[in-house]
Design a protein around this ligand. Structure first.
Ligand code: DP6
Length: 325
């Protein structure tokens, strides 16, 4: 049995839209922080058909036809969920003698799943890392990241840290240089599953948003500027651009047909709270949001404990430093 741990990442310049779905070329380049305290632990082992049969018989119809066994937070996943994971494992079942190998995967997230807390980035990257070990492929982090993007685009950035980039033009995924010690505080505003997955959401935006072209153009400028601000260790500029880029991404949802939004009333309130802390109390903190209602606050590691103290009076929070990978 092999065991691995992988970390979630949260983008400060967002990947939102695919230029080529099959080749997994993103419409926008992105930059993210890889978070030490938002992680997935995954165990993987080979199993035989008899074990699959036994589990299916025990658990019922919904599970019949699964090719592998996939337990998420101790719960056996149904055929639809398992098939998604089996397709990821297929990326490693490439040799003739590997084609019929079945696996059992046990995954545990230390955060709510599918609430826009990026559990997919740590989950997918963990499965990729686990398969690399189990199938003894010996692939580099860069090679694994390139495989991982086929499972989920954002997961590719989880192979590098503390800061990772995914370049839409070169296709490269790499570590970005900065001396800034960054951190994040997640304000958990809702734990329910999102209505529109990031995959479906971005597709609707690509197809129908009247703002999409502008988003892509501005995002290219944002990406270059962000790399420069990180290199210059200019936290204020990094923070400001993080907010602007997130708001631009969410404008593509509002300008889609039909329009939609990931925000809840409490999302707006939390954004306002972050802004007030900055403007009135001179705290260094900035917000970003993904395909869900939760707000993530970007700050410096040196301010993390104090800011966490402030936010935790009002919100359930998860705070995290970044991890060096
Ligand atoms: C808003 O990586 O979940 O979190 O490639 O279709 O699996 P797929 O999408 P996914 O999209 C992430 C979108 C985002 C922004 C980001 O992480 O860059």
């Amino acid at each position: 049995m092999e065991k691995v741990k992988s970390y979630a990442n949260i983008a400060i310049i967002k990947y939102w839209g695919k230029k080529d779905k099959q080749k997994m070329i993103p419409a926008t380049s992105s930059i993210s922080l890889t978070l030490k305290d938002l992680y997935t632990e995954t165990e993987i082992e080979f199993i035989d058909d008899a074990e699959i049969k036994k589990e299916v018989e025990k658990n019922g119809e919904k599970f019949s036809g699964v090719r592998d066994l996939f337990f998420l937070n101790s719960e056996l996943q149904d055929k639809i969920h398992t098939e998604k994971i089996s397709k990821v494992v297929d990326l490693f079942r490439t040799q003739e003698n590997e084609k019929n190998k079945k696996v059992k995967i046990k995954t545990t997230n230390n955060m709510p799943t599918a609430a826009g807390l990026s559990s997919s980035s740590s989950g997918l990257s963990a499965i990729i890392k686990a398969c690399n070990k189990l199938f003894k492929k010996n692939l580099s982090q860069e090679q694994l990241a390139q495989i991982s993007k086929y499972g989920s685009g954002s997961s590719a950035r989880s192979f590098f840290g503390p800061v990772a980039a995914w370049d839409k033009d070169s296709g490269e995924i790499y570590k970005v240089k900065t001396d800034l010690k960054l951190a994040m505080i997640v304000l958990v505003l809702s734990k329910s599953k999102k209505d529109v997955s990031s995959r479906d959401g971005m597709e609707r935006c690509v197809k129908t948003s009247t703002y999409f072209e502008e988003w892509v153009e501005q995002s290219e400028i944002d990406f270059e500027n962000m790399k420069k601000y990180l290199q210059d260790n200019d936290f204020e500029k990094v923070g400001k651009l993080t907010e602007e880029n997130a708001l631009r991404m969410h404008r593509t949802t509002e300008t889609s047909n039909p329009p939609f939004s990931y925000f809840l009333p409490q999302t707006y309130k939390a954004m306002e709270f972050v802004k007030n802390l900055r403007d009135k109390d001179s705290e260094k903190c900035y917000f970003t949001m993904d395909a869900g209602p939760n707000v993530k606050v970007l700050c410096l590691e040196e301010d993390l404990e104090r800011l966490a103290g402030i936010f935790s009076k009002k919100y359930e929070i998860i705070m995290s430093r970044t991890v060096e990978l």
